[in-house]
Design a protein around this ligand. Structure first.
Ligand code: PXP
Length: 244
């Protein structure tokens, strides 16, 4: 079955807008669990613009779903991940000025550094995932350095859909499909995410090698209107229908 990881970063974004204790990301995680999420994803950014260190403490201490901790490959984040030993660690590129994670990791250009960086995380028992584009060279480099998982960046595919650039969107979908096939053939578990909505999730969920989708912003946006539980249940239905 295709797993759904719910990214709760933007519950914290709303909380931080007013400096109140609410809405509480842990409460969102519990609602996500009840609604059928298979995991919770949270990105501890260097600038702590949404998820805080205290959020990670609370999620690790009080949640039964597996945590996928997204983070940049910095020394500070490695110490935090080794202290918590979450189920999964997803390494993402991070720029301070970006609004969200814009592109994939350059594994080819940082192969030796990333190999050294992920080794202790693997030894500590976390499944290491690399957030990359569907470029075959990046996928092959991820396999060479011993990552367990690659998460393919679906942001460009979603943006092209929103902009009505359908020929380019379809070409991007072909790239993602081929990338998933290559990664799977190299023994990598394949995940995907970024920018997915009810409208764009179907063709991605239909790629048979993909085992997990990580979805956040749209679900939190939709929850304003329908509640988080209903938004997640509807996303699950969209995924399951596309798989079937
Ligand atoms: N996967 C990764 C690696 C991400 O960085 C993000 C965004 O934090 C997501 C998935 C979820 O993207 P979105 O919030 O656009 O659904």
């Amino acid at each position: 079955m295709l797993r759904l990881g719910v990214n709760i970063d933007h519950v914290a974004t709303i909380r931080n807008a007013r400096g109140t204790p609410w809405p509480d990301p842990l409460r969102a995680a519990r609602i996500a669990q009840d609604a059928g999420a298979d995991g919770i994803t949270a990105h501890l950014r260097e600038d702590r613009r949404h998820i805080s260190d205290a959020d990670i403490d609370a999620l690790m201490a009080n949640m039964t779903l597996p945590l996928n901790l997204e983070m940049a490959a910095t020394a500070e984040m490695q110490v935090i991940a080794l202290r918590h030993r979450p189920h999964a660690v997803c390494i993402v590129p991070e720029k301070r000025e970006e609004r969200t994670t814009e592109g994939g990791l350059d594994v080819v250009g940082n192969e030796a550094m990333l190999a050294d960086y992920i080794a202790p995380l693997r030894e500590a028992g976390s499944r290491v995932s690399l957030f990359i584009g569907h470029d075959p060279a990046q996928i092959e480099a991820a396999a060479r350095i011993g990552a367990a998982v690659v998460e393919l960046h679906t942001g460009a595919y979603c943006d092209l859909d929103t902009e009505g650039r359908h020929a380019e969107r379809d070409a991007e979908l072909v790239g993602l499909t081929q990338g998933a096939g290559l990664a799977d053939s190299l023994g990598l578990e394949v995940h995907a995410g970024h920018g997915l909505t009810f409208d764009t999730v179907g063709p991605i969920a239909a790629i048979p090698q993909i085992k997990e989708l990580n979805i956040g912003h749209f679900l939190i946006a939709e929850s304003v209107f329908t509640g988080l539980g209903e938004a997640i249940r509807k996303m699950r239905r969209c995924m399951d229908e596309a798989r079937a």
